[in-house]
Design a protein around this ligand. Structure first.
Ligand SMILES: [Zn+2]
Length: 179
């Protein structure tokens, strides 16, 4: 971002008084443009003993497998975002059971919030965002072809602890994005 979204003035970067980080400050109207992490909302969507996985049809990580997830939109709840992303990526309609996992990715300023959810019916299919969608058993998980480290964390937590334990799994991934 080079220009102010309020007045189109040129931005300069400096540490504001009382702050300890460099911020984008408008040289014209003085507004400070804070940049904060993005929330990625998604679902660990279950049908019997299988998990819904999507093979990405778009970059980044095209051709790799992911849980349905994506950036939360302004004006929606995180649960609605998780359901919307699941529908957009897999055509599946889900009902949310509970929050299952929080994964922080400080190096790319993202936080994943992944909900345990149930498919309402075993109906799903490819979408513009997913070239393939499958219900996957544990032994079929493509561990070497997962799109994002956060997805691997969530899946490993699920198979270690299961859905029955009413526990929230928190972890963080550091290192370069992707693999
Ligand atoms: Zn301005």
């Amino acid at each position: 971002m080079k220009f102010c979204t309020h007045c189109a003035g040129r931005l300069r970067f400096a540490v504001p008084p009382g702050d300890d980080r460099r911020r984008a400050i408008c040289s014209q109207c003085g507004i400070i443009h804070y940049s904060n992490p993005k929330i990625v909302a998604g679902c660990l969507a279950l049908w019997e003993d299988r998990i819904l996985l999507c093979r990405r049809a778009i970059e980044p990580r095209r051709g790799y497998w992911t849980l349905p997830c994506g950036y939360m939109e302004e004006g929606e709840t995180v649960e609605a975002a998780a359901c919307r992303e699941t529908l957009e990526e897999s055509q599946a309609e889900v009902s949310i059971r509970r929050l299952f996992s929080i994964v922080s990715l400080p190096e790319i300023s993202q936080v994943y919030l992944v909900f345990l959810a149930d498919l309402q019916t075993p109906l799903f299919g490819p979408t513009p965002e997913s070239e393939d969608v499958r219900l996957t058993r544990q032994e079929e998980i493509p561990w070497d072809a997962l799109a994002f480290p956060a997805v691997e964390r969530v899946l490993r937590a699920y198979y270690k602890h299961g859905a029955g334990v009413n526990e929230l799994h928190m972890s963080s991934c550091t290192g370069p994005p992707g693999r």
